[in-house]
Ligand binder design. Structure first.
Ligand code: ME8
Length: 667
């Protein structure tokens, strides 16, 4: 039963609206899926998952746009029939989505027979109402956009999107009286500030609407194009591509009398990029008004992905294919990266350096480390069983921040500010990592007088992991299934699958037995992607050494000159990850940020456990010639005090007395 029927009335100001219908554009089948399509569809999938997480009944639709000049031309180039051609490319889109863990409820094709009927039904209604008329028209037609452009839209006589000069075409065609609904649309946009977001696109549309609208040409003569839907009132014409394509949003929910139409139309939210703003913000609402339906609820408009700051294009050869991305980086890293990197509404640039940097810092170091350290400590200190929450616990650092972050996360996800939602979640992750360093559970375990303190600290950490699993689920569903499993919970357990009921502190049941799972995000080897540190430092060193040999006399044994001392490059480094070196009792392999990341192998395994030193600021020698220790290349050295006690040696890592950024030089 729908929640509205249970007497709960959805309101525009509360986040929970009970039902959600989210759509992507239907993609042209004249090109194969690429990063841009992947982004829009991942955004819609993430939003669908988020709304389900907060209890909505959700319908998510994507699909393919299969009629028009461009498609007919592409089929001809390949020497196949249009139908054969569209079947093949549409299939590629359908096969791409599971690779990205995108799960639409409906995949619509404009060649589906029910879509053809729906388009004809609406055309007939609009025609009967007197909103479609026949006229002669001369205009500038852009094949790329599949529409006539106005003079104003051209830049240097060319279409700004396709960089081609439009063709001047004169023909008799059918026109839709868009102008009749102009004022009603302007009034609606003014009365509903969230109708088109972000605001810059709303302003763009209002500015466009401040001039009189021209009517919209909605047909093509069959003498010029046959690959389209025949007009029900004139068989010599097929419908113009946008009139056909936009109606998919109604067909997919069974307009006019399907149950889904009743339930979902009023809550329809469309996601698009800025390239198709006008058809969605002007053509579509005026068509809907003419059909006598209420308008869709929201239009969410995002910017463009460029690649290495350059427009993605087949001719430049920089088109990014989703399947290749998944193979190189893994599906959840991709989903996280594109949602975190792009501010919704603005353009963003894709580069492999940027994705590797985020994978190593945000995923491997921050969430990956927090998860593995917390689980490792629970395994070690509590036999893998979650302790009971400690009553009258006044340690509220994580609890208070979690409450604030949960609130911000919900607001930002709801308003499509995914990057800010994730930023908020990462504040909680960083705080939890600091909480480990500050509370030193490895010391508490040895402290007989600690009371319940160790249990409190570990409970707070594991409860934080549960809330993180909940919040990250829409973005990284696969990783969260694994996180849930490691926490001893089924992925369907409401504790990690229902934010409405369990998005409050304290849900993790004491007594739950954790399960060992592999690392969430293994680190990516940056050396393979970037100029190795060793080459840079070697070069620097040899040139200075040469200079010294020429200029300086030899010094007394055991004494070095200031110049010699200056050759040592000492820096502050942050240990972002630590693990034992295989087959060695003595060595730990450290990943040190200083400020670039490097591997340093240190002989400190007898004195420190990896989880104790992760997050610690240490002093390093940054320009030592790299050496291999037990098969691992060490790019530098950490400094430690060498304490001799009772005939034994102990190493105590050197650190700095205040918080400074990693990479700060030591003078
Ligand atoms: O326009 N960056 O289909 P289309 C971000 N069939 N998103 C991008 C992008 C980029 N570089 N390139 C493409 C059509 N997109 C029509 C739509 S809807 C009733 C009909 C995404 O295959 C973005 O969502 O050209 C953009 O709006 C859409 O693909 C255009 O897809």
């Amino acid at each position: 039963m729908r929640k509205e029927q249970r007497g709960i009335v959805p309101c525009d100001h509360c986040i929970i609206t009970m039902t959600t219908y989210i759509t992507t554009p239907i993609y042209y089948v004249n090109a194969q899926p690429h990063l841009g399509h992947a982004y829009t569809t991942i955004v819609a999938d993430t939003y669908a998952r988020f709304r389900r997480l907060i209890g909505d009944s959700v319908r998510f639709q994507t699909g393919t746009d299969e009629h028009g000049d461009k498609i007919a031309e592409a089929a001809e180039r390949e020497g196949v029939s249009p139908k054969e051609y569209v079947d093949r490319i549409s299939g590629m889109f359908r096969e791409t989505w599971p690779l990205l863990d995108v799960k639409p409820d409906n995949f619509i094709r404009t060649t589906d027979p029910e879509h053809v009927l729906t388009v004809q039904n609406i055309l007939q209604q609009v025609y009967d109402k007197g909103d479609i008329y026949f006229d002669k028209y001369t205009g500038l037609y852009c094949t790329g956009c599949e529409r006539f452009l106005t003079e104003k839209e051209l830049v240097d006589g060319k279409c700004p999107d396709h960089q081609t000069a439009p063709d001047e075409i004169t023909e008799e065609n059918y026109f839709f009286r868009m102008s009749r609904y102009q004022q009603e649309l302007i009034d609606h946009i003014h009365a509903n500030p969230d109708f088109i977001t972000p605001e810059r696109y709303r302003n763009e549309v209002l500015s466009f609407l401040s001039e009189p609208l021209e009517d919209l040409c909605i047909s093509r003569p069959t003498s010029r194009l046959t690959w389209g839907i025949p007009l029900p009132f004139d068989e010599n014409f097929v419908t113009y591509v946008w009139f056909d394509a936009l109606i998919n949003y109604l067909t997919g929910i069974g307009y006019p009398d399907g149950d889904n139409f009743e339930e979902y139309w009023r809550v329809a939210e469309h996601v698009i990029a800025k390239d198709i703003l006008k058809p969605h913000a002007i053509y579509w609402p005026t068509m809907v008004l003419s059909t006598g339906l209420p308008l869709y609820k929201k239009l969410h408009v995002h910017g463009y992905w460029n690649v290495d700051e350059t427009k993605m294009s087949k001719s430049i050869g920089n088109v990014i294919r989703p399947a290749e991305l998944v193979e190189a980086y893994g599906v959840d890293s991709i989903r996280y990266f594109i949602l975190r990197e792009m501010s919704f509404g603005l353009d963003a640039s894709f580069s492999s350096d940027a994705i590797v940097a985020r994978m190593n810092s945000d995923l491997a170091n921050d969430i990956g480390n927090l998860y593995s350290r917390t689980c490792a400590m629970l395994m070690k200190y509590c036999d893998g069983v979650v302790p009971e929450a400690v009553a009258a616990d006044d340690d509220t650092v994580l609890r208070d921040l979690a409450a604030e972050v949960l609130q911000r996360y919900r607001e930002e996800m709801n308003s499509f500010q995914f990057h800010r939602g994730l930023q908020a979640v990462w504040e909680l992750i960083s705080q939890a990592n600091r909480y480990i360093v500050e509370n030193e559970p490895w010391a508490l375990v040895k402290d007989e007088s600690r009371g319940d303190r160790l249990n409190t600290v570990l409970y707070n950490l594991v409860e934080t992991l549960r809330l993180l699993t909940l919040m990250l689920q829409p973005v990284m569903p696969g990783t969260c299934r694994k996180m849930a499993q490691g926490l001893g919970l089924e992925p369907e357990n409401p504790l990690v699958a229902d934010l409405a009921e369990h998005g409050n502190w304290g849900g993790m049941p004491g007594g739950t037995r954790l399960e060992k799972v592999s690392a969430l995000f293994p680190r990516v080897d940056v050396k393979k992607k970037k100029q190795p540190v060793k080459e840079q430092s070697k070069k620097k060193k040899s040139s200075k050494a040469e200079k010294k040999q020429k200029q300086k006399p030899a010094l007394a044994e055991g004494v070095i000159s200031f110049d010699q001392f200056q050759e040592l490059e000492l820096r502050v480094g942050e240990i972002v990850a630590a693990e034992p070196v295989k087959k060695s009792d003595r060595l730990l392999q450290l990943t040190v940020k200083a400020p670039e990341e490097r591997t340093i192998v240190a002989g400190i395994a007898e004195y420190y456990r990896p989880e104790e030193i992760t997050g610690m600021l240490v002093l390093i020698v940054a320009n030592l010639q790299p050496v291999k220790l037990m098969g691992v290349e060490s790019q530098g050295m950490v400094l430690a005090a060498k304490v001799e006690e009772g005939g034994k040696t102990r190493l105590v890592l050197s650190t700095v007395s205040g918080k400074v950024p990693p990479g700060t030089p030591v003078a």
